[in-house]
Design a binder for this molecule. Structure first.
Ligand SMILES: NC(=O)C1=CN([C@@H]2O[C@H](COP(=O)(O)OP(=O)(O)OC[C@H]3O[C@@H](n4cnc5c(N)ncnc54)[C@H](O)[C@@H]3O)[C@@H](O)[C@H]2O)[C@@H](O)CC1
Ligand SMILES: Nc1ncnc2c1ncn2[C@@H]1O[C@H](COP(=O)(O)OP(=O)(O)O)[C@@H](O)[C@H]1O
Ligand SMILES: [K+]
Length: 487
């Protein structure tokens, strides 16, 4: 069992893949072994997170998730805990593993109730719903028990998934369990890490139930977790030209700030030189706070020799430069207003897609509303399946896509998509997206592929937020500068 941190590219398997693996593994083991292992590991984690808990409520659902709860209760009872077990199942109709667990617990003399319990519990174990959850809203006792678990206010350990959370998408029913810990069994599920997943799951633990890594590798994962990128030490014999040039193109009248944030972020993320091509002719010629930035008119920029970050604060006028940007042979990051203009214009879409055939590095960085415009669907549909939406955009436009938000998804046509777990809601403030675009630009300028550049920048952007002092406000300006202590 391990606590999940962003340290390793863990594979993430959905419902279908998990069932395939379960089936394959179960063939090699005596009957009920997987559920017995699941129950034991749940009981161990319960003990580890609440070693002094005496009164424990184990709420068990009608399927095999409930069976895991019954197995866990058996162990906790053996270890001297006062277990209150409630079950929504029926011994005559329960799946075979759950029925066996029910029998074992009954034989051990444990009372299995069907009514909601009363009183306070030191720990609730939520074994109501796992990967078999359906999108229908829980009703009757299932709904009552979910409400009661959430009302306890103490630690809640969810078995496999918080009940009501969908394993593949991170969508929840309106009523779902709010866990403090979730122990994902056999596989890690993508829904734990994106959309509502982060908010409902709490700390995420994983136990492969004895499956070897190579067994998990036999079924293609839906996604992987982003992991800390390797940091290369700079060669002594290098110079600014070794780290590439970035040109930020944006900053229409009244929106200079967004372009400056992206430029500043590119600079602090290591680009050798950063140019700013503002679309407002009357705008700044120098930024006294950041004299390293070089201001040029868009017309005078040599687009063929630098990485282009296009769109930050661009306004509708960005449309006038997009054809030139998209037909340049340089790596390109497309953000904000540039995405909105491309969404409106099928000719620009074709120009964007043509870059794939020329093997040109291109990264799109939409937030969910921009993504909705690009795919001509609703934001609700985008958020309903963020993995699928990011992959659809990557396929459609033939490039790397960073679908921003909680559990940012990075997708590109040839790769298994990645879900990022650094970052938090402190990033939900104006300008942090511009900063990310600049950071991706710096990684492209350093020579990384589009997909790697996006993964590296997204990780680092979130990591800065995660390590930010709780006493200090997180502003986009300081984020661009590499953190609050950096100016
Ligand atoms: N897949 C695996 O690898 C393993 C699975 N195990 C456990 O088994 C679970 C999967 O078991 P099942 O396939 O039986 O599915 P679940 O137990 O997750 O859920 C299915 C049951 O819940 C009911 N249900 C589904 N959605 C509902 C809703 N919205 N409101 C009310 N009732 C609803 C269904 O009618 C069915 O009775 C896993 O999540 C895991 O906890 C473990 O025992 C061992 C290994
Ligand atoms: N709740 C959140 N959890 C994690 N990251 C978040 C959250 N909210 C926003 N972010 C991140 O902050 C950035 C915001 O980007 P964006 O919406 O484009 O903002 P802006 O347009 O103001 O720059 C993205 O990188 C996004 O992933
Ligand atoms: K559960």
């Amino acid at each position: 069992m391990q606590l999940i941190t962003p340290s390793f590219h863990h594979p993430l398997h959905g419902v279908e893949q998990t069932r395939q693996l379960e089936h394959a593994l179960a063939q090699t083991l005596p009957a009920h072994t997987l559920m017995q292992r699941a129950g034991l590991t749940v009981a161990r984690l319960a003990l580890a997170i609440t070693p002094h808990a005496q009164r424990i409520w184990i709420a068990c659902g009608p399927g095999n998730n409930g069976g895991d709860g019954l197995e866990a209760a058996w162990h906790l009872q053996q270890w001297g805990k006062h277990c209150v077990v409630t079950w929504l199942g029926d011994a005559g109709h329960a799946p075979a593993d759950s029925a066996a667990a029910h029998q074992k617990l009954t034989e051990a003399g444990v009372l299995i109730q069907t009514k909601a319990p009363s009183g306070h519990f030191d720990l609730c174990i939520d074994a109501l719903l796992g990967i078999g959850t359906s999108p229908r809203e829980p009703q009757g006792p299932m709904a009552d028990w979910i409400r009661l678990i959430n009302a306890q206010g103490g630690p809640v350990l969810s078995v496999d998934l918080p009940s009501g959370l969908h394993a593949d998408t991170g969508q929840t029913t309106r009523l779902s369990v709010q866990a403090s810990h979730t122990l994902s069994l056999l596989t890690l599920k993508p829904g734990l890490f994106t959309a509502q997943g982060r908010d409902t799951a709490g700390a995420i633990w994983f136990d492969a139930l004895g499956a070897e890594t190579h067994t998990l590798g036999t079924v293609k994962p839906l996604a992987r977790l982003n992991a800390r990128p390797l940091v290369h030490t700079r060669q002594h014999a290098s110079h600014k030209g070794s780290y590439g040039d970035v040109a930020v193109i944006g900053g229409a009248a009244g929106m200079t700030g967004a372009a400056l944030l992206a430029a500043s972020a590119a600079l602090h993320a290591g680009a050798g030189r950063v140019f700013v091509g503002l679309l407002d002719d009357d705008a700044l010629k120098v930024d006294a706070q950041q004299p390293e930035l070089m201001f040029r008119s868009f017309r005078s920029l040599d687009l063929s020799s630098m990485t282009l970050v296009c769109g930050c604060g661009g306004g509708p006028v960005i449309q006038t430069v997009l054809h030139k940007v998209l037909t340049s042979q340089s790596p390109v990051v497309i953000d904000a207003d540039a995405l909105n203009e491309i969404a409106k214009d099928s000719t620009l879409q074709a120009t964007l897609s043509a870059r794939r055939g020329q093997k040109l590095a291109t990264v799109l960085t939409p937030h969910p509303l921009e993504a909705a415009r690009l795919l001509a669907i609703s934001t609700h549909q985008i958020q309903g399946d963020r993995l699928a939406a990011a992959q659809a955009m990557a396929q459609r436009f033939g490039c790397t896509v960073v679908l921003k938000g909680s559990g940012t998804v990075i997708a590109c046509p040839e790769q298994t998509p990645v879900i990022n777990i650094t970052g938090n809601a402190r990033l939900a403030s104006a300008g942090t997206g511009d900063v990310l675009a600049g950071m991706v630009g710096a990684q492209l300028a350093a020579g990384h592929t589009a997909f790697d550049a996006a993964c590296r920048a997204v990780y680092q952007h979130g990591h800065l937020a995660d390590t930010w002092s709780p006493e200090l406000a997180l502003t986009a300006k300081q984020l661009a500068n590499g953190g609050p202590s950096c100016g």
